[in-house]
Write a protein that binds this ligand. Structure first.
Ligand SMILES: Cc1cc2nc3c(=O)[nH]c(=O)nc-3n(C[C@H](O)[C@H](O)[C@H](O)COP(=O)(O)OP(=O)(O)OC[C@H]3O[C@@H](n4cnc5c(N)ncnc54)[C@H](O)[C@@H]3O)c2cc1C
Ligand code: HEM
Length: 406
C-alpha cells in the first residue's frame, strides 16, 4: 500500500513528467539498451527508431500513475500489453532493470526538479504498477505452458506450405517440428515470430495474426511484404517472403492477444478491414463458417486494387457457406476495370447499411482507416463497447483522452 504522501507526490508530478513528453522514456531506452544490450533480442528496433515504443511506455506509465490509488481500473489495458509481453518472453526479472533505468533517466533529464522525495515516491509507484503486470503475466505464462499443446516461450515450427494470397501478401503454413498437437486459440489472436536475419546482430521479433480457424493441423500466418518506395524495406517481412522456404524452421510463441471474437454468441458481427488488416478477420470468418455458419456476418474490406486484394476467392467460398453472410469490397485505387462494390475510400454512407442492433464491429487496418471507420461508427450511434480494433504496432490505449478513438 502506498502512503497518502506518496500518492499525492505521484499525482502532482504526473503533469510535469508528461510535459517532458517522451524525453524521459527516450533517454531511458537508450540508457537501458546500452547497459543491457541483450534486451535488443526482445525489443523491436524499428519501433524504437520511430519513437513508437517510447510513446507507448510513457503514456501508459503516466496514465497508470494518475490512477495509482485505483490500479484495478487499468487492468483491461494492462491485459492487452501483458499479452504482448508474454508473446515476447518479457519476464519478472526484466522489471527491476526497467525500473532502475527509468528512475535514473528521470533524474538525468529533470535534474534538480527530481528531488530524493520525488524519486523515492516514483520508485514505490513503479513497483506497484510493475507488480500488476508481473502477476498477470505469471498467470499467462503458466496458462501458455500448461494448456493442451502449449509450450514455454518459443518452439520451432516447420514451414509446410507457402501460398501467395496477392501480389504483396503470402501465407505461411506452419506445423510444430515435434509433431505435437497444436493448442487451441481464439480467432483474432497472433503469434510472435522470432528470427535471425543475416546482417542483423540481434534476434528480431514480429507479431503475425493467425489467419485461419483454430482446430486445424497447422497455424497459418499471412505476411505483407513491407516495401514502400523511398522507405527502408521492412526487415522481417522481406526476409520471410524472400528467404524462408518450405522446409525451413521458424520459432513461434503460443498464440496471444485480446482482439478476439466471442464464438459462443449468435449476435450479428460486422468485420471491417483494410489491406493486410484482413488477417485476424480471416480467422474469425473461417471460425464462424466452421462452427456457427448461420450467424449473421457482414464482411467489409478495403484494398487498393485487385492485385493487392488478398483472400478474394477464400472469402467468396466462405460466403457460399454462410447463409446469412454478405461481403462488400472497396477498391481505393483501381488500376483497371475491376469488380468492386465501391470505388474510393470507405464512407459513412457505406457503413450505414451495415449497422444493426446488437452487432459487434471488428476493425483492423491502417491507422487512418481505423480512425475514420471508428468515428463513422460512433456517429452512426454504435456504442464504444461494441467496437473492437487491433493496431499492427504498439498500442496506446489507456492514455487516450475521453472520447478519442485511437
Ligand atoms: C498484433 C499484431 C498483429 C500483426 N499481424 C500482422 C499480419 O497478420 N500480417 C502482417 O503482414 N503484419 C502483421 N503485423 C505487423 C508485423 O508485426 C510487422 O510489423 C510487419 O511485418 C513489418 O515488419 P518488418 O520487419 O518487415 O518491417 P520493419 O523493418 O519493422 O519496418 C516497418 C516499417 O517501417 C518502415 N521503416 C523502417 N525503418 C524506418 C525508419 N528508420 N524510419 C521510418 N520508417 C522506417 C519500413 O519501411 C516498414 O514499412 C502485426 C503486428 C501486430 C502488433
Ligand atoms: C511497468 C512497466 C512496463 C510498462 C508500463 C510497459 C508498457 C508497454 C506498452 C504500452 C507496450 C506497447 C504494447 C503493445 O504493443 O500493444 C509495451 C510493449 C513492449 N514492452 Fe513493455 N512495459 C513495461 C515493462 C516492460 C519490461 C520490463 C520489458 C522487458 C525488458 C518490456 C518490453 C516490451 C517489449 C519488447 C514490447 C514490444 C515492443 C515493440 O514491439 O516495439 N516492457 N510495453
Amino acid at each position: 500500500m502506498l502512503s497518502e504522501r506518496t500518492i499525492e507526490i505521484i499525482k502532482s508530478t504526473v503533469p510535469v513528467l508528461a510535459k517532458q513528453g517522451t524525453e524521459i522514456t527516450s533517454h531511458f531506452y537508450k540508457r537501458m539498451l546500452s547497459n543491457h544490450p541483450e534486451l535488443l533480442n526482445i525489443f523491436n528496433h524499428t519501433n524504437q527508431q520511430k519513437g513508437r515504443q517510447q510513446t507507448a511506455l510513457a503514456t501508459t506509465l503516466y496514465a497508470a500513475a494518475e490512477r495509482i490509488d485505483q490500479l484495478e481500473t487499468i487492468l483491461p489495458a494492462v491485459k492487452q500489453i501483458a499479452h504482448k509481453h508474454r508473446s515476447l518472453g518479457v519476464k519478472k526479472e526484466h522489471y527491476p532493470i526497467v525500473g532502475e533505468n527509468l528512475l535514473a533517466a528521470m533524474k538525468e533529464v529533470l535534474g534538480d526538479l527530481a528531488t530524493d522525495e520525488i524519486i523515492s515516491a516514483w520508485e514505490e509507484a513503479y513497483n506497484e504498477i510493475a507488480n500488476v503486470f508481473i502477476e498477470l503475466e505469471q498467470r499467462m505464462y503458466a496458462d501458455a505452458e500448461n494448456m493442451e499443446g502449449g509450450w514455454k516461450d518459443f518452439k520451432p515450427f516447420v514451414v509446410v506450405d507457402k501460398v501467395k494470397e496477392s501480389s504483396v501478401i503470402t501465407s505461411f503454413y506452419l506445423k510444430p517440428k515435434d509433431n505435437a498437437v497444436l493448442p487451441s486459440f481464439l480467432p483474432g489472436q497472433y503469434v510472435t515470430v522470432k528470427v535471425k536475419v543475416d546482417g542483423h546482430q540481434y534476434l528480431l521479433n514480429r507479431q503475425y495474426s493467425l489467419s485461419d480457424a483454430p482446430g486445424k493441423e497447422y497455424f497459418r500466418i499471412s505476411v505483407k511484404r513491407e516495401a514502400e518506395p523511398d522507405q527502408p524495406k521492412g526487415v522481417v517481412s522481406n526476409y520471410l517472403h524472400d528467404d524462408v522456404q518450405i522446409g525451413d524452421e521458424l520459432n513461434i510463441s503460443v498464440p496471444a492477444g485480446d482482439f478476439t471474437l466471442d464464438v459462443t454468441q449468435n449476435s450479428p458481427v460486422v468485420f471491417i478491414s483494410g489491406g493486410v488488416g484482413v488477417t485476424p478477420i480471416m480467422s474469425m470468418l473461417n471460425t464462424i463458417a466452421k462452427e456457427n455458419p448461420s450467424r449473421p456476418v457482414r464482411f467489409v474490406h478495403s484494398a487498393k486494387n485487385e492485385d493487392v486484394h488478398a483472400f478474394r476467392l477464400e472469402v467468396n467460398e466462405l460466403m457460399n457457406r454462410l447463409p446469412n453472410g454478405t461481403s462488400f469490397i472497396c477498391y481505393t485505387e483501381p488500376s483497371r476495370q475491376e469488380s468492386a462494390n465501391h470505388t474510393g475510400y470507405m464512407t459513412k454512407d457505406i457503413l450505414k447499411q451495415f449497422i444493426s442492433e446488437n452487432a459487434d464491429y471488428f476493425i483492423c487496418g491502417p491507422v487512418p482507416f481505423m480512425k475514420a471507420v471508428i468515428n463513422y461508427l460512433k456517429e452512426l450511434g454504435v456504442a464504444s463497447e461494441n467496437i473492437h480494433y487491433e493496431f499492427f504496432g504498439p498500442a496506446l490505449q489507456i492514455a487516450q483522452p475521453e472520447g478519442s478513438t485511437i
